[in-house]
Design a protein around this ligand. Structure first.
Ligand SMILES: NC(=O)c1ccc[n+]([C@@H]2O[C@H](COP(=O)([O-])OP(=O)(O)OC[C@H]3O[C@@H](n4cnc5c(N)ncnc54)[C@H](OP(=O)(O)O)[C@@H]3O)[C@@H](O)[C@H]2O)c1
Length: 243
């Protein structure tokens, strides 16, 4: 049986590793190529966009995939919506691996916004902001009306931070709570801006914000496509077993 695994997350790496041990399966993992040096993935890997909807549909058809596991990031809304539609049209079983979102605990000061557009309204001119949304969000938010922005990214940037009040910070997750506390302290951060990605790996920054009493601007997830969901790696493996 042939499986296409859309990757780009921790869950995708776990699924590739676990399915790779199953001699009944041929698994191809697909990466967008967003990170210059991605963490290793088990098995056959293709890298780069498909080149659009028609090309992706042809790729799935021509390779005779029997099922598609969409383990892309909860904020990778375009690829998920498109893949679900293609699979429905081709009658190829599709499952989206969608980890539960984060929720605030007692004492947390989270300011919820529905998209990046809502972020500037939650900030004040004297604030030093830690942007954990990734560099892709910077263009969507424009120049934040604050004293300073520190925006974390995985790869070294080819160009400086695009606004005069900010800078990049290079770092590859996961980070421990202690690392995050130290980073926020050293940079004199007043507020954390992040996306509701969910998952254990990224929660350390929220625990650090809690420990330091920092408010958090939390960007809500975009709408997800219809269709079958797996909240965990185990649930995705069960889906393959049922297939
Ligand atoms: N958005 C985030 O916050 C975030 C965070 C961590 C990791 N990621 C990962 O980074 C990748 C890109 O994220 P995004 O938000 O830019 O996605 P997106 O907006 O949904 O997709 C943009 C384009 O990237 C290509 N693409 C995305 N995922 C792909 C995959 N697994 N294999 C092949 N092509 C893929 C497609 O290009 P074509 O149109 O050319 O086919 C797609 O149209 C995703 O795979 C996602 O899992 C995203």
């Amino acid at each position: 049986m042939r499986i296409l695994l859309l990757a780009g997350t921790y869950e995708a790496r776990q699924i590739a590793q676990r399915l790779g041990r199953d001699g009944r399966l041929e698994v191809t993992a697909s990466l967008a190529g967003a990170t210059r040096v991605p963490l290793p993935l088990d098995g056959e890997v293709r890298v780069g966009g498909f080149g659009g909807q028609v090309e992706q549909q042809n790729y799935i058809m021509n390779n005779g995939f029997d099922g598609v596991i969409d383990a892309t990031h909860p904020f990778a809304a375009r690829i998920s919506a498109r893949t679900q539609m293609i699979c429905a049209a081709l009658n190829v079983p599709y499952v989206q691996v969608l980890r539960p979102g984060w929720a605030p605990g007692p004492g947390d000061d989270w300011r919820m916004v529905t998209s990046e557009a809502g972020v500037p309204g939650q900030l004040a001119a004297n604030m030093r902001v830690f942007l954990a949304t990734g560099p892709g969000s910077v263009a969507a938010m424009g120049r934040l009306p604050v004293a300073h922005v520190l925006c974390r990214r995985i790869d070294a940037a080819e160009t400086p931070y695009p606004h005069d009040n900010g800078e990049w910070l290079i770092g590859r997750p996961p980070f421990s709570v202690e690392d995050e506390v130290e980073t926020f302290r050293q940079a004199g951060v007043d507020i954390l801006v992040t996306k509701n990605a969910g998952g254990a790996g990224g929660f350390a920054k929220l625990e650090a914000a809690r420990a330091l009493g920092l408010p958090v601007v939390m960007i809500d997830r975009p709408p997800q496509p219809p269709g079958e969901k797996a909240e965990t790696v185990e649930a995705a493996l069960d889906w393959v077993e049922r297939l």
